[in-house]
Design a protein around this ligand. Sequence first.
Ligand code: SF4
Length: 365
Amino acid sequence: MLSSVLNSERAVEVNILIMRAFVHLRKMIVSHDELAQKLSELEKHLKDHDDQIKAIFEAIQQLVAPPEKKKRKIGFEVREGRAAYQVQIMETYCKQEEARDGTLNLITHVQVEPAHESDANALIPAFESTKERDLSPEEVLADSLYGSDENCQEAEQLGVDLVAPTMGSKKESSISLSDFEVTEKGTIVSCPQGHKPMRTKKKKIRHTVAFDSQQCINCPNQNSCPVKPGKKHHYLRYTDKEMRLSKRRAYEQTDEFKDRYRWRSGSEATVSEYDRRTGVKHLRVRGFKAVRFCATLKAIGVNIFRATAVRKAVNDDKAALGRGLSGQMHAIYFIKEHLQRAWSQLRKFFVLFIRNYERMAITAV
Ligand code: SF4
């Protein structure tokens, strides 16, 4: 402190004044704390009162005008944000990797339909439409929505090989119908363990195959096999459709199917290109006919873009080939010129030699 350093009357007086100032400040701070506490209490009281007053007002309003009951809406609600139509397209594709850039792949079918229509129903009309225009495909890759058993059957009748995965998947651990040996007519002739059935029967669309219960009870595959114990035998019941689907599921696991189906992913790029180049997802027209007209024109536009790109690629290739040929021709001319020059010098040398030889001969004579 100041008085502890300066031992004078004035220093002591100043020291006392400083202490008093600190005491005064402390009193002020304490009084402010009390004040703040009182203010927060007051605020809380007011808030409580506010809530109470609000509740009173709401009760009075309900008494004066009771809330209206919700009326039941009549008819459909129109939501503008949802797409009203969907477009199905079919295009050609090239399986040769190296020839893809120079090959023209075109959209061969455009079908516009209301958005609620199932995709599965669009496939067969597309085959029929292309067949009418002599553009019928030999093989079509489609996703599982189009790959119903009915579509596969109809496609076969139209001479089209439909490659599409089935809905659902094959259970890894269990034995399926495709693991049984069957004839072309779909009749089972032996089980995965190689046992022949005791009898087979077909009633309308359902096959029933009976296996020896003794063999099935002792079989290591008993838990994963679809046969079920019956009165006299173990029975397997199935329809032709179930057998076809099972065979297709088994085929989907093969490398051959994977190799054939891998080209399907290219159609996603086409859908993207269709929208990116033409804006088909944001048409400015309304009504089925106008939408169909626009979507078809836009698909034609995509085809024109593609044809132009392929033509340019082919012309570029020709130009590159021409440049390559001119280089070769230049080399041929270069060699020819040198050969001609060498030949003329050789001839001159021989002519000179013969003349000198004749002169020497004459001189000798
Ligand atoms: S359970 Fe019967 S039908 Fe199935 S594999 Fe075994 S023996 Fe064959």
